[in-house]
Design a protein around this ligand. Structure first.
Ligand SMILES: NC(=O)c1ccc[n+]([C@@H]2O[C@H](COP(=O)([O-])OP(=O)(O)OC[C@H]3O[C@@H](n4cnc5c(N)ncnc54)[C@H](O)[C@@H]3O)[C@@H](O)[C@H]2O)c1
Length: 333
């Protein structure tokens, strides 16, 4: 039974507390938020969990094994570092840190102290992403051509980061998990209309073997869209995360290109076969993710969504920021 201290009980914190507070494997032994109003909500739902406005009560407690950092991005590094220095395993929200130097330092510190870091790349534990990874690995889609995601809605505006740092980590972590090869270069464009941070942005990522990815993120959309297209040589899929029943549809569609000998024209033919919607595991992603973290801690192994996975995502975000500042210049990774 691991004892977890959770720091941050705003929008996302309650999900973390609910999923770590399970009688079978881990116990939330304290929740900290600097706002007393937020802590009143903890007392209403979990009267037995002690609360505090002082992070040191969690960071220096001898009874706590794991610290979950569920605060705004700019605070992740300092809180995670102090937790590791005090011998705690760390669960950190996405994106891992505000820059790559911080991420590298935390990875090195955890390795030196033989502690585990898990970065909350929640989507990797959904039935949909697990299925997509399986389909790609089995070769159902064939060699991949592209990954194209639209992740837009109205708000929630973050105060400390732009829409790329807020929403794109979901896609970047999925791409890191599903696409083969390391990304080579990033282009990002965007515009901020309200609070100085970009609220509408577009990111293009170049991979080896002509694989290209595009991410459209937007806090100013009148409707919520969560749709990803993944195109391969053999088949293509559409993942609509808002569809309750058939989130993934695989299309047996494609393009065949051949050239007739002696004729200088390309023969393009289109293939259009069946569509099928694979069965997906119906599990709460966070629940799976946290059980896995407890297993990793107990067995002394690093999770696949460890600090290094977090760092790979931060690298792409940092490159996107550089490209944004140069109005869409190509930035090599
Ligand atoms: N994995 C996901 O799908 C997902 C979804 C939403 C948010 N998040 C991440 O969760 C983190 C928090 O986001 P949110 O939307 O819950 O933010 P939020 O602003 O709603 O909540 C953050 C809370 O942290 C508290 N806080 C800030 N600094 C603190 C400190 N030093 N000590 C103690 N408490 C402190 C604030 O008072 C606030 O209640 C972000 O990193 C965000 O990217 C992840």
């Amino acid at each position: 039974m691991l004892n977890v201290g959770v720091i941050g009980y705003g929008y996302w914190g309650p999900n973390i507390v609910r999923n770590f507070h399970r009688p079978d494997r881990s116990n939330v032994s304290m929740v900290c938020d600097k706002s007393a109003d937020m802590l009143r909500r903890v007392a209403q739902t979990y009267p037995s969990i002690p609360t505090t406005t002082n992070v040191d009560d969690i960071l220096t407690s001898t009874k706590i094994d794991v610290v979950a950092v569920v605060t705004p991005v700019w605070t992740h590094y300092e809180l995670a570092k102090r937790a590791l220095q005090n011998g705690k395993h760390v669960f950190v929200e996405k994106p891992f840190t505000s820059n790559t130097t911080q991420a590298e330092e935390l990875i090195e510190l955890a390795a030196r102290k033989n502690l585990r870091i898990m970065v909350d790349h929640t989507f990797l534990f959904t039935g949909a992403v697990r299925k997509i990874r399986q389909l790609v690995e089995e070769g159902t889609l064939g060699n991949l051509y592209y990954y194209d995601s639209t992740r837009v809605n109205l708000g929630l505006f973050q105060h400390d980061v732009n829409v790329i740092w807020d929403l794109a980590p979901h896609d970047l972590s999925i791409m890191d998990h599903v696409l083969k090869g390391s990304p080579e270069a990033v282009v990002a464009t965007g515009q901020g209309h309200l609070n100085g941070h970009e609220d509408v942005a577009f990111m293009t990522i170049y991979y080896p073997e002509k694989v290209i990815a595009h991410i459209n993120v937007n806090w100013l959309s009148p409707v919520k869209v969560r749709t990803t297209l993944i195109g391969g040589e053999k088949r293509m899929l559409v993942w609509n995360d808002l569809d309750p029943d058939e989130k993934i549809k695989v299309y047996d569609k494609g393009v065949n290109v051949s050239s007739r000998e002696g004729v200088y024209e390309l023969l393009v033919s289109y293939r259009s076969g069946d569509m099928w919607a694979p069965q997906l595991e119906q599990v709460e992603a966070l629940r799976q993710e946290m059980s896995y973290f407890v297993e990793c801690i107990n067995s002394g192994t690093d999770p696949f969504n460890d600090g290094r996975a977090g760092l790979r995502v931060v690298k792409m975000l940092e490159a996107a920021s550089e490209s944004l500042s140069k109005k869409g210049a190509l930035v090599y990774l």
